[in-house]
Design a protein around this ligand. Structure first.
Ligand code: FNR
Length: 387
């Protein structure tokens, strides 16, 4: 059986004929390459975060506070990284987190489709954002055999929310991820410096502009009057009043697996469980929304409260080693945001595919060389708190 880590040797073998990989092997270089290619306003929008950016930095550094116990002579030549999630088997625990501007991170402005193609090529599921540059139906069509998830930013117009969820169902998405931490925009000094936000230029609003309910709220079509359509979007985007009582309504919208994203406190996990969700998504939004703290620190409490509910984790994952540590702390699946986003900028679907293959190869080799064959063997006991 092939291991994800075989990608490592494949690069050396290809190199024998003088061929070097088209893309570099690690996060810092992905980001640096993207910085050269992107408009500085978009680069800062993606790269930056809330406040003094302590949360996003500590999301990353929190992983360094854990060591993995290496175990020798463990016979870990073959690894199985597959997981079961919402009744389906996935070859790996890796997922692509929703990135609302991935559509404009690629030169052709079809970055959502490129991300979907990378998902199709790798089997790594994409969680497509509400804020797409292409409509969710077109993005789903590019996913091939790989199941995809639709991420909902719940608008303050209930009929619009219902329309989004029902469109996602009709398009064939395998689950709905409702993001709770973005009912308003975080304090983002880099973007404030530019006084610029892509959506207010009418970008990444395809799911709204193509929606019959949204269009019914306008006197003129978004094609005829994009400015009014964009301002209407700004008026419906978030719902600060959304609360736990609304969970019954959200739950009642769909029979698809329902996941709540942005949950970090065990009490919130319990409320979500009581409300009948199918999964918990522990995340500090990559440090872009509330300045809070490293998501990894919240993970063990979330996992303990989740019981048998699966827990998806993101925020700060930069390497395959990080993936292994998050799994050991109890995550069922681990998502990345900026890493594959930079991949899209570097080379569209091929760039994102490269990023995902690098992360999977490193995770797999980290498991194998440390003596762990399966994700079940990754328990908190394989970690030691570094001083
Ligand atoms: C995001 N994230 C996000 N989350 C979400 O639920 N819907 C969205 O539309 C977006 N948009 C978005 C844009 C950009 C530019 C970034 C970087 C992130 C958050 C994302 O899903 C995820 O939680 C973080 O990206 C994870 O952190 P890392 O991997 O970027 O450190």
């Amino acid at each position: 059986m092939a291991n994800f880590g075989d990608f490592n040797m494949a690069i050396y073998v290809t190199g024998l004929s003088g061929e070097k990989p088209a893309f570099p092997p690690g996060f810092d270089e992905w980001e640096a390459r993207a910085a050269e290619l992107l408009d500085p306003v978009v680069y800062d929008y993606v790269s930056g975060g809330a406040g003094d950016e302590h949360t996003q930095r500590s999301n990353v550094s929190a992983f360094k506070r854990w060591s993995i116990y290496p175990r020798m002579l463990a016979g870990a030549a073959e690894r199985d990284l597959s997981i079961e999630l919402f009744g389906r088997r996935y070859a790996s625990p890796l997922m692509m987190a929703p990135i609302g501007v991935v559509g404009i991170m690629h030169e052709g402005l079809h970055g959502d489709i490129e991300a979907a193609k990378a998902s199709a090529a790798t089997g790594v599921p994409l969680i497509g954002s509400t804020l797409m540059q292409d409509p969710m139906e077109d993005v789903h069509a590019a996913l091939g055999e790989t199941p995809g998830f639709y991420q909902l930013y719940t608008p303050n117009d209930r009929e619009l929310a219902e329309s989004f969820v029902h469109r996602a169902e009709a398009a064939g998405y395998a689950g709905i991820v409702v993001t709770l931490d973005t009912w308003g925009l975080g304090w983002r000094p880099r973007d404030l410096r530019h006084a610029a936000m892509p959506q207010l230029k009418g970008l990444c609003l395809a799911n709204y502009f193509s929606d019959p309910v949204f269009r019914s709220r306008l006197e003129k079509t978004p094609e005829d009057d994009p400015v009014t359509a964009t301002l209407t979007w700004a008026g419906v985007f978030g719902n600060p009043l959304l609360n736990w009582d609304d969970l019954a309504w959200l739950r009642g919208l769909t029979d698809l697996p329902l996941v709540l994203k942005g949950i970090c406190h065990p009490d919130d996990v319990r409320r979500a469980r009581d409300g009948g969700v199918d999964g918990i998504y522990c995340s500090t939004h990559g440090g872009r929304q509330a300045a809070s703290g490293p998501a990894l620190d919240f993970l063990p409490g979330v996992v303990a409260a989740a019981g048998d509910l699966p827990v998806i984790f993101d925020s700060g994952v930069r390497t395959g080693v990080d993936i292994v540590k998050a799994l050991a702390l109890g995550a069922t699946a681990v998502a990345v945001g900026r890493p594959y986003g930079w991949g899209i900028t570097m080379g569209g679907a091929a760039g994102a595919e490269h990023v995902l293959r690098c992360l999977l190869a490193e995770a797999d080799l980290t498991m194998g060389l440390n003596g762990y064959r399966t994700i079940q063997e990754l328990t908190p006991e394989v970690l030691m708190r570094a001083t």
